[in-house]
Design a protein around this ligand. Structure first.
Ligand SMILES: C[S@@+](CC[C@H](N)C(=O)[O-])C[C@H]1O[C@@H](n2cnc3c(N)ncnc32)[C@H](O)[C@@H]1O
Length: 329
């Protein structure tokens, strides 16, 4: 090994045992059962309809990886890492969106060979259509998108020129409205418009109610490829563009450019990376065929859509790009 190179072992790197064991225990909700007092391996197997010997092997293996504690007489207990399965780790269940994500990785060869996602070959329909046909998985996806800690601390979302002069903000592909709700809570003068597919928009009601911002919100269930509600000051696209190939990105940006009021701003959070750094490998590639763009690439996509970049900088946890509509005529 050359000095300075990290110690890497091919077989450790490529081993699938741990990821699959974790997904199996997440699917069987083992952590919930242990938390509820079912700790004996036979009782866990009965509660989850599993083979006791096989389940014992999986749990004992995970103990060696630092998840769970094995006590005498085949009893298991939770430790801090396995308690994660009671929270966000539950999304690793193969029954919900976690299953779609895990299995999608096996279509990576298709993406690499064709540049297009193999998702529909595996699940029978492209990603968004598949979710539309399986509203339980769609609801799981929405929850994953909006669970605390996954997204932006939106209240801290900065805008060149600040929020004081902004009246209306449209969250384009805003899911169930978690970011919009936080933004309106932080800026009491703002009004918000949520644009997304009918399923997430329907699920946004309780998010806005819980945040106490319903009065200042309007919702628009529609496609982001159709004309957007017009005349707002700010159009937000968080983790939306990187779901799509470049041509579709331009189409979505063009809808924003058409809709934004003349001195307004289109803000892109996620999906653009600074020039000169390696482009991240994201699951959006295998789910949807989407990739991040460098700033230089994005500037060109924005230009095609009638937008010009006015800022591109790290505003943790996102690299944020702001654009203005190019004045015509
Ligand atoms: C990766 S999620 C991001 C959600 C949200 N912006 C966030 O940051 O949590 C992408 C969103 O795009 C929405 N979407 C996908 N295709 C759409 C379409 N054709 N029209 C409207 N929304 C769409 C999805 O429903 C989903 O809410």
């Amino acid at each position: 090994m050359a000095s300075g190179e990290p110690a890497v072992d091919l077989w450790t790197l490529s081993d699938l045992t741990t990821p699959w064991c974790i997904r199996v225990v997440a699917t069987l909700r083992i952590a919930e059962h242990i938390d509820a007092g079912i700790t004996d391996i036979d009782a866990l197997a009965t509660a989850t309809g599993s083979d006791a010997g096989a389940l014992h092997s999986v749990l004992s293996y995970l103990v060696t990886r630092g998840l769970f504690i094995e006590e005498p007489l085949g009893r298991f207990a939770l430790n801090d890492p396995s308690r994660g399965l009671l929270g966000p780790g539950a999304f690793l269940s193969l029954d919900g969106i976690g299953g779609r994500m895990a299995h999608s990785w096996s279509t990576l060869p298709t993406f690499v060979k064709t540049g297009k996602p193999g998702y529909a070959d595996m699940f029978g329909a492209p990603f968004w259509e598949d979710l539309d046909a399986h509203q339980d998985v769609a609801a799981d996806f929405d929850a994953l998108m909006s669970y605390a800690g996954h997204g932006t601390p939106s209240a801290a979302l900065q805008l060149t020129g600040g929020w004081d002069g902004v009246r209306t903000v449209v969250d384009v592909g805003g899911g169930t409205g978690a970011m919009l709700a936080e933004l309106l809570r932080a800026h009491l003068h703002l009004r918000g418009v949520l644009v997304d597919l009918p399923g997430p928009v329907a699920r946004s009601r309780e998010v806005f109610e819980a945040a106490g911002v319903t009065e200042r919100i309007s919702v628009t269930p529609q496609s982001i490829f159709d004309p957007l509600p017009g005349g707002a000051d700010v159009y937000l696209l968080r983790k939306v563009l990187n779901d799509w190939p470049d041509q579709e990105k331009v189409a979505i940006l063009r809808r924003c450019a058409e809709a934004v009021r003349p001195s307004g701003t289109v803000v892109v959070l996620g999906g653009v990376v600074p020039d000169g750094i390696p482009r991240p490998l994201r699951i959006e590639m295998v789910l949807l065929g989407g990739r991040d763009n460098t700033v230089t690439e994005f500037r060109e996509l924005a230009r095609q859509a009638g937008l010009e970049l006015i800022a591109a900088e790290e505003r943790a946890p996102y690299f944020v790009v702001e654009c203005r509509a190019v004045a015509t005529g």
